[in-house]
Ligand binder design. Structure first.
Ligand code: PCA
Length: 214
């Protein structure tokens, strides 16, 4: 059996849940084809430990594809990330109290890495399932971007494709907060499942507009 590693993050910024992990954990064990299944794992939301945790999971599980996910509190759809940048600039402290400002993710590393997932095909598949999705041109400058950058850095030049998806806040979990943008928890699970399936099924990405005028 081959493994597609799907990660979600632990809660951060005083939140009680993180919908990225709540969704990813429900996809643990899901089959993507005869000999391929999803293995879901949770990452800590800390600059010092998240990348190391992910590296250990890759060494242990030897996945054929890696998709990391995280919560983007301002997002309103399933956001398929295009690019990770070599910058940490934390607006809030992480779960270990660390708040790097304008540091490199990898000293001397390239300015950015692109996702090696078929991001346009993933957006199309999720939309065809009736769920809102788009290409995102920035994964931010917090722990998600750091993990995305470290993931692409570690797998650059290998045949293992990898990338990142941000998800919105979810209801009912965040129903008590004054949330502007959210997605129903089960819709989020289904959107993520369809995105992962499309990533696995698509070898060559489609040409479909996903850009934006600033
Ligand atoms: N979202 C944060 C870090 C963990 C998470 O789920 C981010 O977007 O950087």
């Amino acid at each position: 059996m081959q493994t597609v590693l799907l990660t979600g993050f632990e809660p951060f910024d005083h939140d009680l849940i993180n919908p990225s992990w709540e969704a990813a954990r429900q996809l643990d064990g899901v089959q993507l084809g005869g000999e391929v299944h999803i293995v879901a794992r949770r990452l800590p939301c800390a600059f010092a430990t998240a990348g190391e945790c992910l590296a250990q999971l890759i060494a242990e599980l030897r996945p054929v594809m890696v998709i990391a996910t995280g919560l983007g509190p301002g997002r309103s759809d399933i956001s398929i990330e295009r690019v990770a940048i070599n910058v940490n600039d934390a607006r809030i402290p992480d779960n270990l109290g660390e708040q790097p400002i304008d540091t490199a993710v990898v000293d001397g590393g390239p300015a950015a890495y692109f996702s090696t997932l078929p991001i346009k095909a993933m957006v199309k598949a999720v939309r065809e399932a009736g769920i809102a999705a788009s290409v995102s041109q920035t994964a931010g400058t917090f722990v998600c971007n750091q993990v995305f950058y470290l993931l692409q850095h570690a797998l650059a030049g290998t045949a293992i494709r990898s990338g990142f998806i941000h998800v919105p806040l979810s209801k009912p979990e965040h129903v008590a907060t004054s949330v502007q943008s959210w997605m129903a928890a089960q819709t989020l699970v289904e959107g993520l499942r369809v995105a992962v399936q499309a990533a696995w099924d698509t070898q060559v990405d489609i040409a479909q507009t996903g850009g934006q005028v600033s």
